[in-house]
Design a protein around this ligand. Structure first.
Ligand code: BDP
Length: 712
């Protein structure tokens, strides 16, 4: 009898309670699980059939709708007959015969926008999902499915949306041997060895996931990659991937190693002003477009961390970029040129170097160049002030680059939702040209616009190395679509789609997510500290490291702790990095009393007994923050525990285990940091705060030689 029951339950798989169903996370936020009975009938009445005609993207859109409805409502809405009935969902572009007569206000939505509207066609009550192009329809379908996934009403719909940025790209730091630099989710998903003969079905799921959040481009190769991907045999593989992605509105881009004309072309130079070099690139670009007519363009890391570039020939970044841009322009390709430059030989504050180099080049770049600027001036830290270049190059399109993969935030095992970090950067007021000129507005105002996210995607079954890291991929897409977006509603959407709609589940999950990034800041780099991670792999604390060749490789360069105090003086009495910001911002950051406390030590060297706003001494405040960070991780553990049985066991257990790892490592960060800073400050810990478990030498002796993502 029991066996029979088990068998029946197996047959009814979809109806099993969540706690019993094992999920891997492969389905991401597109799980399409059955909706509760009370919703099912309401939805089913409004999704009786799907009507669509068009090209491959329209087919994909209809296919996704069928898939979602099959999963969530339990039937296939496809009807062969063309007669429209009540409850039909009509997909089409502005020109579709069923849609054109409705005179929908599509014109202002651009090529990628969409409109979802409850309407009447031939006296029947229908829902129209329309765009100017088929890709808009696909985006609209994902939005429509999200309404069901998040249990919204489908009655009286009138939704229209369009992306606010044009180029919304993932940057994969993937090498051709499938090694992912700063990758914590396994190998590269690009299985080059089997391409172009075999196209893994995973490429399609990757494209679906990206299209569902509006990502429309992917740079397949690492910014530090060699030039090999530009060889004909590799371009054939790139072409195969481009074909998979095309129906999903995703363009393929490649990194272009600046010295490729030497390495592949046999030229003696890669000087951008040498006509032979320009010719080589033009021919190479033409060759790429013959294979991939909608190729997106190039991403270039030049004269940065040892990469070749125009400065090798005493040319400017603009001269280098423009030469490549000219090769791409006839094909409408874009060039993303990174502003992440700093030089070993340059003794100036690393914070200042990109601005110093790029700001004078404002207006000197071709129209199809986007200068790609990291959110902060140093390097993807848990918290950084916004990059001073935002707002400072009004004549140059700037795109913002963020890191989705958590190189400096505990890799895949630390739960850190990055939505709040990105919102903070995007909402920062540059005061250029005036008050209210947020970074988001700067991004939107360019003649060309975009946002790039360094991907956290790999061959792990859950794609991102952890369940919660999927939220960062998801949130990146949402912010690139709308830089004015807010982190919390994005977290709510993701949580509902990924873990189910029970408020007893989503409530705690969203709270965990919203507090998680601040927890990491507190236990790693409180009060504006930064770059204290151990050398190279950036895994775990190394604030004592002081013996590396280049000054800015050493954490001591960033915190400057001494007997007197701690912090980097970037005011006028120090490096005057504040001078690179608009005067209003400089005045605030430069004044110890006015600087947001979260940036205090980023801009100021502050005595240990300085009184913070809470009335503590700086030293005590630091300790309080470290402990607050650890306590926040414990609070996440406590919040997760009661969700056992409310979500599937397999994912629940993975999260439980990762939170335990995070708790241990938060403690490690706290203890090691306090042990070290105490050796400098020589101060006692405030009452009620425990001494580190071990002495400083114990922490210094910890080695993690095989930490992932750090080259080979
Ligand atoms: C740093 C990474 C390094 C990248 C570099 C970059 O440690 O692996 O190559 O950024 O953005 O954060 O180019």
């Amino acid at each position: 009898m029991r066996q029979l029951l088990a068998f029946v339950l197996l047959l009814l798989g979809a109806a099993l309670p969540a706690s019993v169903r094992a999920e891997t996370g492969y389905d991401l936020w597109l799980r399409y699980q059955p909706v509760e009975a009370q919703w099912r009938d309401r939805y089913a009445a409004l999704v009786t059939q799907v009507t669509a005609a068009g090209g491959t993207t329209m087919l994909v859109a209809a296919g996704e709708l069928r898939r979602g409805v099959a999963g969530m409502l339990g039937y296939d809405p496809v009807r062969r007959e063309t007669v429209i009935g009540d409850g039909a969902v009509v997909l089409g572009t502005a020109q579709s015969p069923l849609i054109a007569p409705l005179g929908l206000p599509l014109a202002k939505l651009g090529r990628e926008g969409y409109l979802i509207r409850s309407a009447a066609i031939g006296g029947k009550r229908v829902t129209v999902i329309a765009g100017n192009a088929e890709i808009g329809v696909l985006y609209g379908v994902f939005r429509f499915l999200k309404l069901i996934q998040t249990r919204q009403s489908l009655d009286d719909l009138d939704i229209s949306d369009a992306p606010r940025l044009a180029v919304r790209v993932l940057n994969h730091w993937d090498n051709l041997d499938r090694y992912v630099e700063r990758g914590y989710a396994g190998q590269s998903i690009w299985d080059w060895q089997k391409l172009p003969g075999h196209k893994d079905s995973r490429y399609t799921d990757y494209a679906r996931a990206n299209a569902s959040i509006g990502i429309n481009g992917t740079v397949l190769t690492n910014v530090n990659a060699n030039a090999d991907v530009l060889r004909p045999e590799w371009l054939a593989r790139v072409k195969a991937l481009a074909e998979v992605f095309r129906p999903y509105g995703i363009k393929v881009y490649l990194t272009a190693r600046f010295s490729a004309p030497i390495e592949l072309g046999g030229l003696k130079t890669a000087d951008p002003l040498d006509p032979q070099v320009a010719r080589w690139w033009k021919d190479k670009v033409d060759e790429i477009y013959r294979a991939i007519p909608d190729f997106g363009g190039f991403l270039v890391k030049a004269n940065s961390e040892g990469q070749p570039g125009p400065s090798d020939y005493k040319r400017t970044h603009a001269e280098g970029a423009n030469m490549l841009a000219d090769a791409l322009a006839p094909h409408k390709g874009v060039l993303m040129w990174r502003a992440f430059v700093y030089a070993a030989e340059n003794p100036d504050d690393r914070h200042k170097q990109a601005y110093t180099e790029f700001q004078p080049l404002d207006g000197k770049f071709r129209d199809n160049v986007l200068v790609q600027v990291k959110n902060g001036a140093i390097d993807f830290q848990p918290r950084e002030p916004f990059h001073p270049l935002f707002g400072a190059m009004p004549k140059t399109p700037l795109m913002m680059e963020v890191q989705i993969t958590k190189e400096y935030l505990g890799f895949a095992t630390h739960l850190a939702y990055l939505g709040p970090l990105w919102e903070e950067a995007l909402q920062a007021d540059t005061f250029r040209p005036g008050k209210g000129s947020t970074v988001a507005k700067v991004l939107e105002s360019g003649a060309a616009t975009g946002m790039a996210g360094v991907a956290n995607i790999g061959s792990d079954v859950n794609w991102s190395g952890s369940q919660f890291d999927q939220a960062n991929w998801y949130a990146f897409g949402r912010f690139a679509w709308d830089p004015q977006a807010k982190a919390e509603p994005i977290a709510r959407d993701w949580a509902a789609m990924t873990w189910g709609n029970d408020p007893a589940v989503t409530g705690p999950i969203v709270r965990m997510m919203m507090e998680s990034r601040e927890a990491v800041v507190d236990y790693m780099t409180p009060l504006g500290l930064g770059h204290l991670m151990a050398t190279g792999h950036h895994y775990g604390p190394g604030p004592w490291i002081a013996d590396l060749a280049r000054p800015e490789w050493n954490p001591v360069y960033y915190h400057k702790a001494d007997a007197r105090g701690i912090g980097f003086d970037r005011t006028a009495t120090g490096t005057n990095a504040v001078g690179q910001y608009a005067p209003e911002v400089a005045a605030r950051f430069g004044d110890r009393k006015r600087v947001p406390e979260q940036f205090l030590l980023w801009f100021h060297h502050v005595p240990w007994d300085y009184r913070t706003r809470s009335g503590w001494t700086l030293w005590d405040e630091l300790i309080v923050r470290y402990d607050r960070g650890v306590a926040a991780v414990e609070a996440m553990q406590a919040a997760w525990k009661p969700l056992a049985g409310k979500v599937d066991a397999r994912r629940w257990e993975e999260v439980r285990d990762f939170l335990a790892i995070q708790r241990d490592e938060a403690g490690w960060w706290r203890d090691a940091s306090i042990a070290y800073f105490q050796s400098v400050s020589k101060r006692p810990l405030p009452a009620g705060h425990a001494a580190p478990a071990h002495d400083l030498d114990w922490y210094k002796a910890i080695r993690t030689p095989y930490a992932p993502g750090n080259g080979k």
